[in-house]
Design a protein around this ligand. Structure first.
Ligand code: 3PG
Ligand code: MG
Length: 394
């Protein structure tokens, strides 16, 4: 059921409590190193301001332990938002304390107030009802635009909208867009539908691989994950990153999947984790002792690219190799180029694949780059999201 969006609510003279995911990466000087999550939330914030409403933003950052911890302050994210919005953003020093409540009550139309990190309060992760009620009492409308956190059932995601029953409870434009690509497009895909899965661990991707095998025409597996598959079929993996306790699972997938599952036929390896190590390209499953797999090999890259080029729908989650360290970016780059050449609806999962597509310069040549890591995987798996389900239907 499609969800009512912030565009469909009269926000004039109203206070909108908006859950965003400003869990952005910071460098050692507390500077935001990737502002995508903030930028992607701008349309919903601007829409409320332009229509004469007021916005209270709430988010988490990192994983503080239920008490204030200055290294997880949302101050850098608020500064970043201020620059992008080109207007002042008020900041509260707490979430449900005196400062937050009095600033919330004093808001004027056109104002934006950022609360401090929700996880500075133990009530957030516990889904505490009293904590949620205090937040709920600050506003007239609830808006969830925190896609990256939609798989969590924390207070700001579930208990707060529950406490606001009877008031409008809607999705923002970012969540609307993520659902469109990660759920709607996938449930009715143009074919061929190709999934590309990489990254380090089979264990993290097992559910999504199983799900995608039921709906895709081809599932291509690269990244370190592929070495666990090679080990499972009796291959030699040298010093590669593997999960030896997951080989049964890998074998089971190979047997279930048949022709749909495409594993690498060759591997680009090195004798050290560095760009200037000694390098070898070897057939998959024949990595020498002292070497580790760091990328798919060139023949695999060609085979995968030709499948991807002809796709009409592509989902990509996880790089093919160590894309941050040339020349082991070649496999990931070949996939990115093939997606760019294809005439497909292309959906890039969050986390490492989003970073790879940005770093390689192809982000504007794909249909959608998700802002969610765990959330994008959970949505691809078809998991129910309570944080979205309880919001108003269209
Ligand atoms: C993320 O980056 O995965 C989201 O912001 C959710 O954060 P969490 O994994 O700490 O809940
Ligand atoms: Mg996470």
């Amino acid at each position: 059921m499609p969800k009512r969006t912030i565009a469909e609510v009269d926000v004039a003279d109203k206070t909108v409590l908006m859950r965003v995911d400003f869990n952005v990466p910071l460098d050692s000087n507390s500077q935001v190193t990737d502002d995508r999550r903030v930028r992607m939330a701008l349309p919903s914030i601007q829409s409320v301001l332009q229509r004469g409403g007021r916005v209270i933003l709430m988010s988490h950052l990192g994983r503080p332990k239920g008490e204030p911890d200055s290294k997880y302050s949302l101050k850098p994210a608020a500064k970043c938002l201020e620059e992008l919005l080109e207007r002042d953003v008020k900041r509260a020093t707490d979430t449900v304390g005196q400062d937050a409540r009095s600033q919330a009550a004093a808001l004027q139309n056109g104002d934006v107030l950022g609360l401090e990190n929700l996880r500075f309060h133990p009530g957030e992760k516990k889904g505490d009802a009293e904590f949620a009620q205090t937040l709920a009492d600050m506003a007239d409308i609830y808006c969830n635009d925190a896609f990256g956190t939609c798989h969590r059932e924390h207070a700001s995601m579930v208990a707060v909208p529950e406490a606001m029953a009877g008031k409008p409870r809607v999705v923002g434009f970012l969540v609307e867009r993520e659902i469109k690509y990660l759920s709607d497009v996938i449930s009715n895909p143009a074919r061929p539908f190709v999934a590309i899965l990489g990254g380090a661990k089979v264990s993290e991707k097992i559910n999504v691989i199983q799900k995608l095998l039921t709906i895709c025409d081809h599932v291509l597996v690269g990244g370190a994950m592929a070495y666990t598959f090679a080990l499972a079929t009796g291959g030699r993996v040298g010093n590669s990153l593997v999960e030896p306790d997951k080989t049964d699972l890998a074998l089971q997938l190979i047997n279930e999947a048949g022709e749909k599952l495409k594993l690498p036929v060759d591997t680009h390896c090195g004798d050290d984790f560095s760009g200037d190590c000694n390098k070898q390209v070897v057939p998959a499953g024949t990595i020498s002792d002292g070497y580790e797999g760091l990328d798919i090999g060139p023949e695999t890259a060609r085979q995968f690219a030709s499948i991807v080029e002809n796709a009409k729908t592509v989902v990509w989650n996880g790089p093919m190799g160590v894309f941050e360290m040339p020349p082991f970016d070649a496999g990931t780059r070949a996939i990115a180029e093939a997606i760019a050449r294809s005439d497909s609806t292309s959906i890039i999962g969050g986390g490492d694949s989003a970073a790879a597509i940005q770093q390689l310069g192809f982000a504007d040549q794909v249909s959608h780059v998700s802002t969610g890591g765990g959330a994008s995987l959970a949505m691809l798996e078809g998991k129910a999201f309570q944080a979205v389900d309880l919001l108003d239907d269209c």
